[in-house]
Design a protein around this ligand. Structure first.
Ligand SMILES: *Cc1c(COP(=O)(O)O)cnc(C)c1O
Length: 369
């Protein structure tokens, strides 16, 4: 295969070497302890508290179940304000908790929730706000905190994209009442599948631990209607290995992002997210908006695909346009989110992507052929 023909996918999972992983999991054959909060689980939990710069953290089988259980543990009722410019999980978690999502529009510059539009959506039924640190971009956490305090609302962040992000030296997971991180294979840091909740009130820990293990509270007692959302030892071992390399990987992602920025900024009709002061980024995604460019987003997508380069329309469609929701939310009108969904493309970005490959992708976009 010539380099010209090499397929490039939008992402590629980070993995330790085969030898490193095999060495790591060897002890499991002595203990035969494969799940239910074993040594690997506890070790990873401690290491992640440190890395994410948070006080309280629990591990889960995946990010989605972590989010569902965070909402359940908060004992919410009625309506939850969120955005539809996210992955299916965000709204599903609300609805699967028998709560009603109320959709807020997003900002045009970084696609996070538009804080100026939150208060007009608050009713006497509102119990929480569920904003998304989309692409790892930090929401206006201070303003959201003010609004929540004024109206006595909980704040649960979907921080699935925001692993390792810090604001003025504080871990992103320290904001709000809780934050969900995803450790899915496609994320900046992975445990194959996996997730975590960082939370503010330490007394939530006991309840969350019960919820993720069927609500079992003792040998002969089940006090809560929980589920099964425990992270197993193989997942935790993968996490322990990957955590050793995540710093190097983020540095490689930074270099790739810089290269994309150099090549694509200043081109008429191409909009990039401006970097913010005081934020330690994780370079999780590289979203590009085509607005007034010589080709539409869909045309750029097809052009790249014809070169076997697979970018992703992320997020398209909006959650409110999903088959399972479109009738229910037919009246929702969010022009900024709609426009973003129609014009955005996330370009390939993963630690092993070479700068030559980035150049090739940019050459194709710029030349239009
Ligand atoms: C990945 C993701 C999730 C779900 O996490 P899983 O670990 O895949 O269950 C939730 N929200 C967003 C925004 C995501 O990208």
């Amino acid at each position: 295969m010539t380099p010209e023909e090499k397929e490039i996918l939008v992402t590629r999972a980070s993995m330790p070497s085969y030898e490193e992983f095999i060495e790591e999991i060897k002890p499991i054959w002595e203990t035969a302890w494969m799940t239910n909060m074993g040594e690997f689980h506890d070790k990873l939990k401690d290491e992640l508290k440190d890395y994410l710069n948070v006080q309280n953290l629990l591990l889960f089988v995946n990010g989605h179940m972590a989010l569902e259980m965070a909402l359940q543990a908060m004992n919410l009722t009625g309506e939850v304000i969120t955005t539809p410019f996210s992955f299916a999980s965000t709204t599903h978690a609300i609805i699967r908790n028998n709560l009603t999502p109320v959709f807020c529009d997003i900002r045009e510059d970084d696609y996070t929730i538009d804080v100026d539009k939150i208060e007009s959506l608050i009713t006497d039924k509102t119990s929480a706000i569920l904003p998304v640190h989309v692409y790892g971009n930090v929401c206006d956490v201070e303003k959201i905190q003010q609004i929540a305090k004024k109206h006595n609302l909980k704040v649960i962040y979907d921080a699935a994209h925001a692993f390792g992000v810090e604001v003025n030296g504080k871990g992103i997971g320290t904001y709000g009442d809780a934050s969900m991180f995803s450790f899915h294979a496609t994320k900046v840091f992975n445990t194959i599948e996996g997730g975590a909740i960082a939370f503010h009130d330490p007394s939530l820990e006991v309840l969350l631990n019960y919820l993720k293990n069927f609500g079992i509270t003792g040998k002969e007692s089940v006090e809560y209607i929980g589920g099964n959302a425990k992270m197993n030892e193989f997942q935790a071992a993968m996490g322990i290995c990957n955590l050793r390399h995540v710093g190097d990987n983020i540095e490689l992602r930074r270099q790739i992002t810089e290269r994309y920025r150099e090549r694509l900024s200043g081109i008429s009709g191409i909009r990039l997210i401006p970097p913010k002061e005081g934020i330690k980024q994780n370079y999780a995604y590289f979203p590009v908006v085509f607005d007034g460019f010589s080709q539409t987003r869909d045309e750029v997508y097809e052009l790249l695909a014809s070169h076997r380069i697979f970018a992703r329309k992320y997020f398209y469609p909006l959650i409110t346009d999903f088959e399972c929701y479109r009738e229910r939310f037919a009246d929702v009108c969010l022009p900024v989110a709609k426009k973003a969904a129609n014009n955005v493309l996330t370009l390939p970005l993963y630690a092993q992507l070479s700068l030559e490959e980035v150049d090739r992708i940019c050459d194709i976009i710029i030349s239009g052929k």
